[in-house]
Design a binder for this molecule. Structure first.
Ligand SMILES: NC(=O)c1ccc[n+]([C@@H]2O[C@H](COP(=O)([O-])OP(=O)(O)OC[C@H]3O[C@@H](n4cnc5c(N)ncnc54)[C@H](O)[C@@H]3O)[C@@H](O)[C@H]2O)c1
Length: 255
């Protein structure tokens, strides 16, 4: 399989290094709008090759991995699926745009290709997706961060936001990827509840998913360590991206 990676930052680097060791992957094409990022990564790969632009990367790849930005999803998402190539999206916040998301889904359906959305910095997405089939009644995402991660200074624990995922995105766009994944797996952006807590005692970013429905009750919590290459990115997000890649190339599908 030929893999194309758009974005050679923290996640793109982790995915490329893991892909380099996967025997099913024969070539890794890289593109980043920052030449230094591309050049730093290509030196570390055995199977890597640089391309001139996103279009060339799409042309040459079987699967395109976006690990760049929402702008990159808007710029390349449709082009990938129009060519019938599979697309993995990390910058899931772009999918809050209903019209854009529906366009991507209909292109994938028409051209018989897939859109993969890694679970990113949260866990419990498998349970939410399964539960949504048989009557999911309520889903709440509680994100707790140290105040500096939320761009504020505060010495007391306080709830900064309570509302639905769509409103959360407008007020706190830095939480969009996690909220998007939970929403898309379960009740959608209008029905998914989000609570954002600023806690000066919190040393790590903490996400908790609470859900109930016909299946029973679910509670999934994670305390994230930062990615060593980008303290704003949770390391689990990179690992979930690599897990998706393994799923794509592996004959065994777990979960
Ligand atoms: N799904 C999740 O849970 C989750 C978690 C963490 C990060 N993310 C998202 O994944 C993306 C990558 O995260 P990261 O930590 O690796 O970021 P990063 O800043 O370390 O790296 C991003 C790289 O992409 C490049 N880039 C940005 N826009 C581009 C474009 N239009 N074309 C080509 N290259 C472009 C940048 O130059 C940079 O080198 C971000 O959008 C981030 O919000 C998602």
């Amino acid at each position: 399989m030929k893999l194309g990676i758009i974005g050679c930052g923290a996640i793109g680097t982790d995915v490329a290094l893991a892909a380099d060791d996967m025997e099913e992957i024969e070539k890794i094409y890289l593109y980043d709008k920052l030449k230094e990022a591309e050049e730093k990564l290509i030196k570390r790969l055995k199977k890597g090759e640089l391309v001139k632009n996103g279009e060339e990367l799409i042309e040459k790849s079987d699967v395109v991995f976006e690990a760049a930005s929402q702008e990159a999803v808007f710029e390349y998402g449709e082009k990938v699926l129009e060519k019938g190539k599979d697309l993995v999206i990390m910058s899931m916040g772009a999918l809050f745009d209903d019209g854009f998301r529906e366009k991507l889904v209909s292109l994938a359906r028409k051209n018989k290709c897939k859109i993969y959305l890694p679970s990113g910095a949260v866990c419990g997405i498998d349970g939410i997706a399964a539960a949504s089939i048989g009557g999911l009644h309520q889903v709440t995402l509680v994100t707790t961060k140290p105040p500096e991660s939320l761009g504020i200074e505060s010495e007391k624990r306080e709830v900064l936001f309570e509302g639905n995922a769509r409103e959360a995105v407008k007020k706190y766009p830095q939480n969009i990827n996690v909220a998007a994944c939970v929403s898309l797996a379960g009740l959608g952006f209008d029905e998914t509840r989000v609570k954002i807590v600023s806690d000066p005692v919190a040393a790590r970013i903490h996400h908790k998913i609470l859900a109930h429905g016909k299946f029973g009750r679910l509670r999934a919590e994670v305390e994230n360590m930062p990615n060593p290459n980008n303290p704003k990115s949770s390391y689990l997000a990179s690992l979930s991206a690599i897990a998706v890649l393994k799923r794509i190339v592996s004959p065994v599908q777990i979960g």
